[in-house]
Each structure stands twice: as C-alpha cells, then as structure tokens.
Design a protein around this ligand. Structure first.
Ligand SMILES: Nc1ncnc2c1ncn2[C@@H]1O[C@H](COP(=O)(O)OP(=O)(O)OP(=O)(O)O)[C@@H](O)[C@H]1O
Ligand SMILES: [Mg+2]
Length: 507
C-alpha cells in the first residue's frame, strides 16, 4: 500500500441546501503535485477548506502522515505542516510584505523579532527564487508578487503540504511558467502540493496526478502522463467539451465605439495610456492582447467612466461620452465585466438577486417610482441563474460571499448580458471559469456579436484572444501597436507585438 502524506476518506460537508462534498476521498503522495479539477461549484475549495481546518466535515476521516487527525482550526493545520493559499488573497494592502507574513504568527502574542523575521523572509525568497521585496507595501506590488507573498507566508510557517487554490487564475503566462517551476522545486524537496486549476494545459505541464470532483462527488484519480485534455474535460463535466469556438465570419457594421489619442494616468500618476486610438464596430469582437500592465485596466476604466482621462476622445455612436458619468454610460449601452469581480462587480454581503439588479433596479418593471417590485426582481434573478447556470445553495437568496468563485463570475456575466448592451467591455471574462462555462460564455459573446452588438474582449489568454476575436489589437505601453485578424497572424507574431518588437497594421 502507498504511504500517503494526506488521506481524506469519505468526507462529507453539507451547507444549508447543498452537499458540497459528498463522500469524497483524496490521497496525496509525498513529493507529488496533485491537481484537483472540477466544475465551478464542484466542491474543490470546500474540500481544501476542510483539510485546512476552516470547515468541519459532517462525516469522514483525515489522516496526515498516517496518523488520524482532527483538524479543528487552521492553527492545527499549521501545526501539521499544512498551508493554504486561498482563491482570493488575504493580504492587508497598506502593510509591508514582511508585516503581512508575520501577521497571525506572532509567538506569544505581540513581541515579534521583526529583523529576524525579515531576514528569514529574504532567505526563503532567495532559496525559492521568488524575488519578493520584503519592504514593499502590498498595494504597490503586482498581483503575481502578492501571490508570492501568500506562498512565502505558507513557507514561513514551515508547511510541507501546500494547497494552492486557483493560483494561476490571476497570473500572466510568464508568471505561470515561473510558478510551475516553483511548485516543481517544492516537490523535488519532498513537499507535497495540491493544485486547484481550471486550466488543463497547466495540469499537463505541472501535475503528477489529477483527481476530479463533479457536483460534490469524487469521480476518480488518474496519472497525468496517461491522460489528455479531452479526457479530463469529460471526466469533469460528464460530456465532451468543444474547445474551438463555433462561429461564422463576422459581418461588421458602423463604428460604434471610437477612441482617439487617449491619455490616462495610472494610480501613481504615470502615463498608462499614451495616445491610444482604436475603433470597435457593430457586429464584431475586438480582442485586446497584451502583457498585463500595458494599459488594459486604464483602457476599460476610461471607457466605463471609472477613471478620469487627461486628454483625448471617446465616442459612442459618434457622440462624446468623456463627460458622462458612469451611470449614464451604462444607460447608453456600455456593459462591463471587470477583472476584479469581488472589488468592482459585486457586493459580497448582499444577496444574489440584489447583485443581479444592481445596474437595472431603477428601471421598470423592476421598480416603479422608487418602489422595488420584489416579484419582478425574483423573476429576473431566477431567469438569469437558470440561463447562465449560476449554481448556489439557496438560489437568488444566497449571499454572494457563500458562492463559489466561478459561479460569482457567471452571475456577473449574466447580469451584464441582460443589459442588452451596445458595447460589452469584458475584461478577463473567463477567469476562474471551468471549461464548460468558458465554452458557454464564448458562445454568448458570439451571439451578442451576431445580434449586431460590439464586444471588447481584454484577455491575457492568447488562446482565448485567437479563438474568440474577429479582430485583434495589441496593446503595448499604452498604445495600440498591432491591428490584425486571427486568421492572418500567429501566437508567435502576437508575442512579438506584445513585447514591442514588431508593429503591424491591417491597413
Ligand atoms: N460558506 C458557504 N455557505 C454556503 N454554501 C457554500 C459555502 N461555501 C461553498 N458553498 C457552496 O458549496 C458548493 C461548492 O463550493 P466550492 O466553493 O467548494 O466550489 P469550487 O469547486 O471551489 O468552485 P469554483 O471553481 O467556482 O471556485 C457551491 O455550491 C457553493 O455555493
Ligand atoms: Mg473554488
């Protein structure tokens, strides 16, 4: 029999209205990278929260290094050498890296040897090639770096069983490659890693074995060397998944959105957009390809009215909108799926129905003369959760915080699509979605296009950009440096444009 470093046997975890884990077994070998795969809401984060002592299971047993354990709290998990990097980071923005790392690990209360801790953080960062600046404030470092801080936190507590919940969802392709190396170093040292991800390519690149959950149930475990993307996808959703987006050639009409010589400053006052110009036509999906931090965020926020512009023009159907307020832009037909769903799109402690009507509650029939019509709101909420397959334990009454990450995302997409926008600005719309849900969202974006609407798709995933877009603009240092069509370019050429080594215009 194998010697497992962790064995979760017959775990059942129930929330009101839903069995999140239904008799699940997971066996983790020492020194392996073990992927955990499953649809949005399949129960992955819940299972890991059970292992991390955050939830107590109703049934089942956990063995760590062969000993039966009772993980009553995350503190006990720490003592057992189990560390977890959560799906949504838990760092304090205006604290430094070191402060965040020692937070909650102050032995004997408050007296911390800061210098010693700082030295240790530097040593760990060097040992694993993390390159983290110990004195930087969290708010000043990139998302990729923030994640490394979370990883350092786990290492600082001497964990050798490391759970990473969707660590790559927010990373750029380059950062993903680096993270894979970091995980492989851990494994080579005898640490064991559980990796939750929706990206099948990553599983092939990084993991030794993969276990699959579907609707709370354990489906099976296979060796990564013996499986394929198609097999993993069908294990997880119970049907074949179409990775290629089915669509007819676009039939673009008039320019619906036009941006001319746009200048926008970033939070630090530097020019993030430096004379950016682009156009978007009715009936087309324009993909914006680029390395994170080249002005994508400022571009979408300038269009939606979230940031002020320094100079330039944004025209919607020929009319300037630069002086319009956010709400008026929404009413004029601009929908927005933001990159950071928890900060920008949802009110986490509100119910799902309240979140669904956030942008439309002032309109009939949802309200009349400032009075909400709850019956109509229920109808709207239910139709969106049905149409977009938003799964949660208590339907429209669910508090959004209690929903799985991917289901939060599906709800936002449903809400924004339901606005029947002229222009859909979608920033990383498939982030955190399972392959089945991605297929669905892509289909809906294409449908929107086929109704003559325009879609601006900002994505770091080149596969997504290539598959879904009708035309691609490359953004580099705050300007558009490439204007190409997917059939006439390659991922390699896009890469050259994204790094500023090449410029192409369709003409
Ligand atoms: N604290 C909670 N209270 C009530 N229900 C919950 C809670 N946490 C999770 N759930 C429900 O349990 C189910 C499993 O959720 P979980 O977060 O484990 O899914 P997941 O596999 O991590 O999905 P995703 O890929 O979307 O992150 C979902 O239906 C979710 O709504
Ligand atoms: Mg999850």
């Amino acid at each position: 029999m194998d010697n497992y470093v962790v064995e979760m046997r017959n775990i059942t975890k129930v929330f009101p209205g839903i069995i999140a884990n239904d008799d699940v077994t997971l066996q983790l070998k020492k020194g392996e990278i073990h992927a955990l795969l499953g649809e949005n809401g399949a129960g992955k984060s819940t299972l890991m929260s059970v292992l991390f002592g955050f939830y107590q299971p109703e049934k089942g047993e956990i063995y760590v290094r062969g000993e039966k354990v009772d993980i009553k709290s995350p503190n006990i998990a720490h003592e057992l050498g189990i560390g977890m990097v959560h799906q949504h980071f838990q760092l304090i923005d205006n604290f430094t890296v070191v402060e965040n790392i020692i937070l909650g690990d102050e032995p004997g209360g408050f007296l911390v040897d800061y210098d010693k801790a700082r030295k240790e953080v530097i040593a760990l960062s060097t040992q694993y090639g993390l390159g983290v600046d110990p004195d930087a404030k969290i708010e000043d470092i990139s998302v990729g770096m923030q994640q490394r801080v979370e990883i350092l936190k786990v290492l600082y507590r001497k964990a050798d069983i490391i759970i990473l919940d969707e660590p790559t969802a927010v990373l750029t392709p380059q950062e993903i490659e680096e993270l894979v190396e970091i995980m492989k170093n851990f494994a080579a040292e005898g640490k064991s890693v559980i990796l939750i991800t929706h990206k099948l390519k990553e599983i092939l690149a990084a993991a030794d074995r993969v276990s699959v959950l579907r609707q709370g149930k354990y489906i099976g475990t296979v060796n990564v060397a013996d499986t394929t993307e198609a097999e993993m996808a069908s294990m997880m959703v119970g049907r074949e998944v179409n990775f290629k987006v089915d669509k007819k050639p676009a039939n673009p009409g008039e320019k619906v959105l036009e941006i001319k010589d746009l200048w926008v400053k970033d939070q630090r006052g530097l020019d993030a957009l430096q004379g950016l110009s682009l156009y978007l036509r009715e009936g087309e999906i324009l993909g914006i390809a680029g390395v994170d931090g080249n002005g994508q965020q400022e571009l979408v926020e300038a269009i939606t009215g979230l940031v002020p512009i320094e100079k330039g023009e944004i025209l919607l159907q020929g009319q300037s909108i630069v002086n319009e307020r956010i709400k008026s832009r929404i009413n004029k037909g601009i929908a927005y799926v933001p990159e950071d769903r928890q900060k920008r799109a949802l009110i986490m402690d509100f119910r799902l129905d309240e979140n669904i009507i956030l942008k439309s509650y002032e309109k009939e029939p949802l309200s009349k003369g400032h009075i909400l019509n709850q019956e109509e709101i229920n109808k709207k909420g239910n139709s969106i959760i049905e149409e977009y397959d938003v799964r949660s334990s208590e339907g429209i009454d669910t508090i959004v915080r209690n929903m799985s990450g991917g289901n939060q995302q599906k709800a936002i997409i449903g809400r924004e699509m339901d606005l029947k926008p002229l222009v859909m600005v979608a920033s990383q719309p498939s982030r955190g979605l399972d392959v089945g849900a991605i297929e669905y969202v892509h289909k809906r974006l294409v449908e929107l296009r086929d109704q003559g609407k325009a879609v601006l798709l900002v994505s770091f995933e080149l596969d997504e950009i290539m598959n879904v877009s009708d035309r691609i603009n490359v953004i580099y240092q705050g300007k558009i440096t490439g204007n190409v069509i997917p059939e006439k370019t390659t991922v390699q050429e896009l890469g050259l444009m994204m790094s500023g080594s090449k410029e192409v215009d369709l003409a």
